[in-house]
Design a protein. Structure first.
Length: 215
């Protein structure tokens, strides 16, 4: 990609993230089956591809919000015909959608008392997908990754969301966040690598955040 193309991608990313003047952020106006879903459709399409290719028995999502992304993932698992989903959030919300594949867990995704029971009694070799989208501070992302990354088997994915903040290329005032956590994690864990092929649609809220555990 040329520097001019990269500049266009960055400019559109900022425009999409902040929204046209007076319209507000697009992801704040995005829904899945009527449920708020703070994602880009392009990232959701990539999630669908990863789910189909890896066919996880378990998907763990941190940061449930209103439940739109969990419902989307559950519907893709329906289409595949297998897999359960656990979504963790510090806030319980009885208004989130119900679905037979979804289990809502209230608590912190950096707390082993919350995370460990999710995996109790499960085959550690089963295919899994982990998506991190809760507190975006570097410290929290590293803490939840320390608990969840070892649970992903070789060839599996751990997706770190919102690596675009702190100037990558949006919200430069955010401070160190997921991007910086990914950098530190990869320096210390050579068995993990970025899968840049998952950024083929050019706009992603997770640049450098699609991580694959080497086979």
């Amino acid at each position: 990609m040329s520097e001019r193309e990269r500049e266009i991608v960055r400019d559109f990313h900022r425009l999409y993230y902040d929204g046209p003047e007076g319209a507000g952020r697009v992801h704040h106006r995005t829904t899945w089956m009527g449920v708020p879903c703070l994602k880009t459709p392009l990232d959701l399409w990539i999630y669908q591809e990863i789910l189909f290719e890896t066919r996880p028995s378990l998907v763990v999502e941190t940061g449930s919000h209103r439940g739109g992304s969990a419902l989307f993932l559950a519907h893709v698992l329906d289409a595949i015909g297998a897999g359960d989903l656990v979504s963790i959030d510090v806030l319980a919300d009885p208004g989130r959608p119900t679905h037979p594949r979804i289990r809502w867990v209230a608590g912190s995704s950096s707390d082993p008392r919350v995370v460990d029971p999710i995996f109790a009694g499960r085959d550690p070799a089963e295919p899994r997908l982990v998506i991190l989208d809760s507190d975006h501070s570097t410290g929290h992302v590293l803490a939840e990754r320390a608990l969840l990354a070892p649970r992903v088997p070789r060839g599996g994915y751990l997706i770190v969301e919102d690596t675009n903040v702190n100037g990558h290329p949006v919200l430069p005032e955010h401070g160190p966040g997921p991007w910086e956590a990914v950098e530190e994690f990869l320096e210390k864990n050579p068995e993990w690598e970025r899968d840049r092929s998952r950024e083929k649609f050019l706009l992603t809220y997770n640049p450098g955040g699609y991580l694959r555990r080497r086979s």
